[in-house]
Design a protein around this ligand. Structure first.
Ligand SMILES: [Zn+2]
Length: 77
């Protein structure tokens, strides 16, 4: 059984898919919106390791893979 919300990391150069990635070193947040976008080194400290926070943490209205590809319109910002 995996714990999807904890202890998950991604390295620069990977394509972890949409989500938020928090630099383990300085806390800088990098966002990825696309499944084919590479995770880049931290823009602040060039660290290559991030803690992962899946897309569902960004957009509570996205619950399925189809929603990720065709996000519903935001009601509020
Ligand atoms: Zn950093």
């Amino acid at each position: 059984m995996a714990e999807p919300e904890t202890n998950k990391t991604a390295k620069a150069g990977e394509r972890p898919g949409p989500g938020r990635f928090i630099c383990v070193d300085c806390g800088q947040e990098v966002r990825i919106d696309s499944t084919d976008q590479d995770l880049v080194k931290c823009p602040t400290c060039a660290c290559e390791m991030y803690n992962c926070f899946p897309m569902t943490h960004i957009r509570p209205d996205i619950k399925t893979p189809e929603d990720v590809l065709n996000p519903p319109k935001r009601k509020t910002e």
